[in-house]
Structure formats: structure tokens, C-alpha cells
Design a protein around this ligand. Structure first.
Ligand SMILES: [Zn+2]
Length: 172
């Protein structure tokens, strides 16, 4: 693609990973949705904003918005129909400054919101712990699901077999 315009994004995802139940992570195919693709779905399908208004908000043409939206819908549909996981990360976007980011304290489970253009908090406002993690965000922060985290121990074998014969129903 030539001279790709950076999309303006006003909301970061609350969660960046969706996975079908009972299928181990390593046996899954992953549909990767970019931050700006999710934004098109949020504006158009969730907030039901007019496309021209949504395009304007993201700083792109209506045609570009429509193309992004189609790509996003196709990926989500693919994941739902074919039982794939959805990972929301990456892309080419700029933060409009309105984005809120959630943080979680590992010590006391306190969750709070912070404007993403402010400094990253260093301690939990509830208990003062420094063991805090960003939830979701731009995909560059800490992840709750490590991509190396795979199967629970007992499923290890079943899983490695399953991944060879991709698409079989051994887990049902
Ligand atoms: Zn805390």
C-alpha cells in the first residue's frame, strides 16, 4: 500500500485477546485485528456512527474507512465461523488523545482508568504496589497472555498431535 495514512484512534481495546474455549492456544489459528480495524468496528457497528462521520473522526477518506471496516469484519467473521482466536494489536494509527487505558494491580486486583496521553502510573492508587499492568492498550505493553503460554500440562500431548492434523475434532 502506498503512503498509508495513519488512522486516528480514540479508544484502545479493553482486551486484546479472544480465544475459543477448550481449544489449546497452540492448536489455534489467530486472526490478527489491528487497533485501527477495531476502531472502525467500534465506530460503525458498535456506536452506529455514520460512515462519513466515522471516517472524519479517524482522519481518513470514506473509502479508506470502508475498506478498513470490510477487512475488520472479514477477520472477525473468519474467527467466529472457523473457531480462530482474535488478537488485537499493531497497525498504523495515532492516538487522538481521548483514549483511556485501564491498569490492573496484581497485588489487590484494583482496576483503574488513566488517560493514555498522561504519564504511565507507577503505583497502584489503592494499595501503593508497583506490580501494575496495563490492560489492553497498543499492544506494546505487558501482555496477560504470553504467546508462549500454551497448553495446560495434561493437554500437551493431545495438543501436539492435534496441531499436526490441523482442523480435526479431537477435542470434542
Ligand atoms: Zn493495589
Amino acid at each position: 500500500m502506498v503512503n498509508r495514512v495513519k488512522r486516528r484512534v480514540s479508544c484502545f481495546p479493553k482486551a486484546t485477546y479472544y480465544k475459543p474455549r477448550e481449544i489449546p492456544l497452540c492448536c489455534l489459528e489467530i486472526a490478527n485485528l489491528s487497533i485501527e480495524e477495531l476502531e472502525t468496528i467500534r465506530l460503525c457497528d458498535f456506536l452506529q456512527m455514520e460512515q462519513s462521520e466515522a471516517a472524519n473522526k479517524m482522519g481518513i477518506s470514506r473509502k479508506t474507512f470502508w475498506n478498513d471496516l470490510q477487512k475488520a469484519r472479514q477477520k472477525v467473521a473468519d474467527a467466529l465461523v472457523n473457531g480462530k482466536a482474535i488478537e488485537i494489536s499493531g497497525g498504523e494509527y495515532v492516538n487522538s488523545g481521548e483514549c483511556k487505558v485501564n491498569f490492573l494491580c496484581k497485588e489487590c486486583d484494583h482496576v483503574w482508568e488513566s488517560k493514555s496521553n498522561k504519564c504511565r502510573p507507577t503505583v497502584c492508587p489503592n494499595c501503593g504496589s508497583t506490580l501494575i499492568f496495563r490492560i489492553g492498550g497498543d499492544g506494546k505493553g505487558k501482555r496477560f497472555i504470553d504467546n508462549n503460554y500454551c497448553c495446560p500440562k495434561e493437554k500437551q500431548q493431545e495438543c501436539s498431535e492435534g496441531s499436526k492434523k490441523s482442523g480435526n475434532n479431537s477435542h470434542y
